[in-house]
Design a protein around this ligand. Structure first.
Ligand code: ADE
Length: 227
């Protein structure tokens, strides 16, 4: 799969692309990430990318020309703009992208992007959550990592991407490993019992209880109430 990233800060991605699962996906050839430096399409001697908003007001707006130049060659791909005004990114969003051959992520900066860019060059606007970051780079990196671990052959154990949080609409149960007793802090007895029926029942109860306490919205929206 190929991911194009249009950004003012290609060097920002050096870390996220060189570590752990994303680095492995790239090494294995399962994932190709193409960084498009928006600055190369900047206007004039100063390679200008932003200007003040028509109608006045604070902040700067990303101009249409540099983004049009960067996005025109990518018009046959699915183009996503990361912005706090977008729809929330979810596991379903990542599943959908991971099933395609190519996606283009645009990291917005400043107070916004000229609406004509969005109207003419963007297929989908997506937000990482209800908070404001300085730009879309963190969201693009989050999406790349979420996609990388879904690509065939990238995670060793396919079960581990199937059973986790959000797959069955519930949060994960707590997990423990050795030692069974750390300075008096013990592990729930059921997990040491060897009784797989009881263990599964306990895990299932924990998932439902955690979800009820922390994310009641997930229980209400759940698609498969039998799991
Ligand atoms: N850019 C700034 N804040 C953002 C957010 N919450 N999600 C996606 N892109 C952003």
């Amino acid at each position: 799969m190929r991911v194009n990233v249009v950004t003012m800060f290609p060097e920002w991605f050096d870390g996220p692309l060189s570590i752990s699962i994303v680095a492995r996906a790239i090494e294995d050839g399962a994932l190709v990430v193409e960084l498009v430096d928006l600055r190369e399409h900047g206007l004039g001697r100063h390679r200008q990318l932003d200007d003040s908003p028509f109608g006045g007001g604070p902040g700067m707006v990303m101009m249409i020309e540099p983004l049009a130049a960067a996005l025109e060659p990518l018009k046959d791909t699915h183009r996503v703009l990361f912005t706090p005004s977008g729809e929330p990114m979810s596991q379903e969003t990542l599943d959908r992208w991971a099933e395609t051959n190519e996606v283009t992520f645009v990291s917005g900066r400043y107070e916004g992007v000229d609406q004509r860019v969005i109207d003419n060059f963007i297929d989908e606007e997506v937000s990482l959550g209800d908070y404001v970051l300085a730009g879309g780079e963190v969201a693009a990196a989050a999406a790349i990592e979420g996609i990388a671990r879904l690509l065939p052959g990238v995670v060793g154990n396919p079960e581990s991407t199937e059973k986790e949080s959000f797959r069955d609409g519930l949060l994960e149960e707590p997990v423990y490993t050795r030692p069974a007793d750390f300075e008096g802090w013990t592990v729930p007895e059921v997990l040491l019992s060897g009784d797989h029926g009881r263990i599964e029942e306990w895990r299932s109860q924990q998932r439902v209880e955690r979800t009820r306490q922390r994310r009641p919205d997930l229980l209400r929206n759940r698609k498969d109430p039998d799991t």
